[in-house]
Design a protein around this ligand. Structure first.
Ligand SMILES: *[C@@H]1O[C@H](CO)[C@@H](O)[C@H](O)[C@H]1NC(C)=O
Length: 572
């Protein structure tokens, strides 16, 4: 095993033209280089912008977190997961609840008087609360910058400049900007823990990797979607000793697990979970019900750009076509009846009238008019199936690259096929993907597709029109700067030449067309105020967002899966 480790550690062997020139310079002027590779300036500049945006609109997620702070502050620990005065009940794991408790301890008296810590149905608060909560996001996000700086500091000299670009692009990512600092969540420091575990995996510090991932799980259980990749990677790289098989007979299979490592890893993970969940042991059923609310619908109010968005769209189109064109219905119902299609057009009409088929609202069941209904079990099985496909290569050869590839693909499967996926969950895919792009130029096309469509799919989160310019400009500038930076820095790593020119062109066209789409939908939005007939089609804009973005996300998934499964030299 050791030769392969040594072989991949330099990581830059395949791009000599780049590393040799840059590497020699940085060795001569090491201190200056270090200074150049600091995220400090990025932090200062982006924080200034974030402070300026503090007075922006206040979303429901803001009140969600305020309510959690109030619950953890006012109630004994046992009641945290039982409280339900407000509809925004606590539904993150206990570490996050502890974090909210900690925040509530440092609330100044003036903010307390403002109603920040009141358990009420709908929060009544003013400027002091907003100032306080927004500052907590900015301060907790410092962890992200620290972790990324560690990533830069610990990378080899030859790959430092490209890793610096990766780190800064994560730190300035429009996703954190839109979700955390305008919409309101704490993804910055939550993803910092996850990135920490990725760096630990890169440095082959497996115990730390497992511990950090377990910690991140206890903060935000959505990371569970990435667990298969971690599980198989740690199992294969740390716990199992396949080499033992070569020298011993089959009877010695019992020596294949490295028992010491197994107990160390298992002990650490168990310890973390115990600290997290033990205090809540008596309310465990309620806690589980809060964390995994399967009573919610298949899709969120606004369809996340995934497979189910397309499925819902096809269903709507089919229903419309069959209602307008009787002969289509006749023809199709002859073919499929009674399995798939309602027997008469009256039935479709009736279903349509009874079903709440809007695209806005809190939580609602999605009901398909024509296509078969989807059960949670099916989404679970689909997700698991694609995740299994993604982790098998890691089991065969647990290299860091392969691990990141499978991590990204696990995120993809969960996002595309999961139950009640939020558009914000696209971060689960984007963040691991960042650690892949520096390896080879061929990753850039799926990466561009994913980031462009993923970020644009977040736009409807900020529905106020005064946010329009800021979200579009910020994302556009980020894309222009970092897309061209990656193009310059990342080289083809193996001798195999690029093959799929057509896919590249198509992806570029797709990304370019995002801008007119966003502008077009926004102008419809503006016109809506003037011409009331347009209002009837209000949902169309949102639907168009999800459909167009799902095409990008699915395209990216196919592109990456292709490279992952059919381009062996990329991954060793
Ligand atoms: C990174 O390296 C620089 C220069 O050696 C040092 O000043 C800084 O503290 C390091 N940062 C972290 C987070 O390790």
């Amino acid at each position: 095993m050791s030769p392969s480790k040594v072989g991949r550690k330099p990581g830059s062997k395949g791009k000599p033209d780049f590393s040799s020139s840059k590497g020699s310079i940085s060795q001569q002027t090491e201190p200056k280089q270090q200074l150049r590779f600091s995220l400090w300036n990025f932090w200062v500049a982006s924080t200034a912008l974030k402070v300026l945006l503090m007075p922006d609109y206040v979303s429901t997620d803001f009140d969600v977190h305020r309510n959690w702070m109030a619950i953890t502050n006012k109630l004994p620990l046992k009641e945290w997961y039982l409280e339900s005065t407000s509809q925004w009940t606590l539904d993150y794991p206990p570490f996050f609840a502890y974090f909210e408790w900690f925040l509530s301890q440092v609330v100044p008296a003036s903010v307390r008087a403002d109603g920040c810590l009141d358990i009420v149905e709908v929060g009544q608060y003013g400027w002091p609360t907003i100032l306080f909560q927004r500052s907590t996001v900015i301060i907790s996000e410092i962890l992200l910058f620290v972790v990324l700086q560690i990533f830069i500091n610990t990378s080899d000299v030859s790959e430092r400049s490209v890793n610096f670009v990766v780190a800064s692009s994560i730190a300035l990512s429009p996703a954190f900007f839109i979700i955390d600092h305008i919409h309101f969540q704490y993804n910055g420091f939550l993803f910092a823990i996850l990135i920490g575990s990725i760096i630990a995996a890169k440095k082959q510090r497996y115990l730390l990797c497992g511990a950090l991932f377990a910690t991140s799980l206890c903060f935000k259980h959505i990371f569970l979607y990435l667990a298969p990749a971690y599980f198989v990677f740690l199992l294969r790289a740390y716990v199992l000793d396949i080499n033992a098989l070569k020298y011993k007979s089959y009877r010695d299979w019992v020596f294949v697990p490295q028992w010491r490592n197994l107990f160390k890893l298992g002990g650490v993970v168990l310890l973390i979970f115990t600290i997290c969940f033990a205090p809540f042991i008596t309310v465990m059923p309620q806690l589980i019900a809060r964390l995994f609310p399967f009573s919610r619908g298949l899709t969120h109010a606004y369809w996340a750009p995934n497979f189910w968005a397309i499925y819902s769209f096809v269903d709507k189109v089919l229903a419309a076509v069959m209602l307008r064109m009787p002969y289509v219905h006749n023809c199709v119902s002859k073919l499929f009846r009674p399995l798939l299609v309602p027997a008469t057009r009256e039935e479709i009409k009736h279903k349509m009238a009874t079903v709440n088929n809007g695209t806005r609202g809190l939580v609602q069941d999605v009901y398909f008019l024509i296509l078969p209904q989807i059960q949670p079990k099916l989404t679970f099985l689909l997700t698991l199936f694609y995740q299994l496909l993604a982790v098998i290569p890691v089991f065969i050869n647990p290299s860091f690259k392969r691990f990141i590839g499978s991590l990204t693909l696990c995120g993809f499967s969960a996002f595309l096929f999961g139950w009640h996926v939020h558009e914000k969950a696209i971060m689960l895919v984007i963040i691991p993907f960042f650690f892949l792009v520096s390896f080879d130029r061929r990753f850039l096309t799926p990466f561009y597709l994913l980031t462009a469509s993923g970020y644009v799919s977040l736009f409807p989160l900020l529905y106020k029109s005064n946010d329009f310019l800021i979200k579009v400009l910020y994302t556009l500038i980020w894309c222009i700067i970092y897309f061209s930076a990656f193009r310059k820095l990342v080289r083809v790593s193996s001798s195999v030449q690029r093959r799929i020119f057509f896919f590249d062109r198509l992806a570029a066209l797709y990304c370019l067309l995002l801008l007119p789409m966003v502008l077009g939908i926004q102008s419809l939005e503006v016109l809506k105020g003037r011409y009331s007939p347009i209002r009837k089609y209000e949902f169309l804009g949102l639907m168009f967002y999800s459909i167009y973005c799902s095409i990008g996300v699915i395209g990216s998934w196919i592109g990456l899966s292709w490279l992952y499964n059919f381009d062996e030299p990329l991954w060793v």
